[in-house]
Design a protein around this ligand. Structure first.
Ligand code: GLU
Length: 313
């Protein structure tokens, strides 16, 4: 860290087994780092305990290894920036939230989801729910509000205006976070850090210089950039890759018939065939190629990646 070396990561949520889509993202993140001689970090994002599936975290690591990926730091290999499991990093998130509260950059909010939905007139931004209309946001210099007995969530104060960045794959991106999302949650009412906060704090603490991930997270990036700024942290570069989709353009998921990596493995599939297939879907190999991730390093060429989501069913 700090030696100018590229540092990338893959940060799965253990809500189920990996499918080809997740694996492709992991493979591309790995290739981008390895082609530059950089370090790769594996971080398990297990803050959403109700969504976690027993044993999934372990199976994710096994599937990635079976495919031929490796990591320099991660839950099972340790490293200088651990722990690499988000549920063990609560104090990092609490420290960041305390700093934001102390400098007046965040506030407590007692609105329920239903209240936010009822009060918000703006259209919803994708899956992120309605825009927060600022109900509990303190007026400048006002005395702290009496919050009553309901446990509060914490929200970041989002300034008005466009937040922009140059995506390494998608080019210039702009989003008015205040107009589209509003002041967003950084700690949920149950005390658990929200994804936006945790991912920002962790990527910064782990010295990540490039975040390569699925473009379903493109609209999250401006929120994370606001957090980098509010926390005085240096932001990485962002590289959002299109998703692999299932039949009819549906999201790849078990319920849509996508086979998981453990299922493919149990069926006797060759990991080199899977890796070659993922590479050919990424413009990096010919159809039918059988290759290990290591054999793909010299073929890495981000300009060949597809611009649009690819259907694989
Ligand atoms: N944990 C998130 C997911 O599995 C990814 C977070 C990220 O790459 O920023 O969707």
């Amino acid at each position: 860290m700090g030696d100018g070396k590229k540092r990338g990561r893959y940060a799965p949520t253990p809500s189920g087994d990996l499918h080809l889509g997740n694996c492709r993202t992991a493979l591309l993140a790995w290739l981008s780092v390895r082609a530059a001689g950089g370090a790769f970090v594996l971080r398990m994002e297990d803050l959403d305990k109700p969504r976690e599936k027993p044993g999934a975290a372990q199976r994710i690591l096994e599937s990635l290894r079976w495919l031929g990926l490796d990591w320099d730091e991660g839950p099972d290999v340790g490293g200088p920036h651990g722990p690499y499991v988000q549920s063990e990093r609560g104090h990092h998130y609490d420290d960041a939230i305390e700093r934001l509260l102390a400098k007046g950059a965040a506030f407590s909010c007692i609105c329920s989801r239903a209240e936010v939905a009822a009060a918000s007139s703006a259209p919803h931004l994708g899956e992120d729910g309605p825009r927060y209309p600022g109900t509990c946001r303190p007026a400048p210099d006002a005395a702290p509000k009496q919050l009553g007995r309901r446990a509060p969530s914490i929200r970041l104060i989002v300034p008005p205006g466009l937040e922009g960045f140059d995506d390494l794959h998608r080019g210039p991106q702009r989003l008015d976070v205040q107009a589209e999302v509003g002041d967003f949650v950084i700690r949920r009412a149950d005390g658990v850090a929200a994804y936006q906060l945790a991912v920002t704090v962790d990527d910064a603490a782990m010295g990540i210089t490039e975040v390569l991930r699925g473009d379903d997270l493109l609209s999250s990036t401006p929120r994370q950039l606001l957090l980098y700024r509010a926390l005085g942290l240096e932001a990485p570069s962002f590289f959002h890759v299109p998703l692999l989709l299932g039949e009819g353009g549906a999201r790849l998921a078990k319920r849509n018939g996508a086979r998981s990596l453990p299922e493919l493995r149990a069926a006797g599939e060759d990991p080199r065939a899977i890796c070659g297939h993922l590479a050919s879907l990424s413009g990096l190999a010919e159809w039918g190629a059988r290759l290990t991730p290591a054999e793909l390093i010299t073929r890495w060429d981000p300009a060949r990646l597809p611009r649009l989501a690819t259907c694989i069913a």
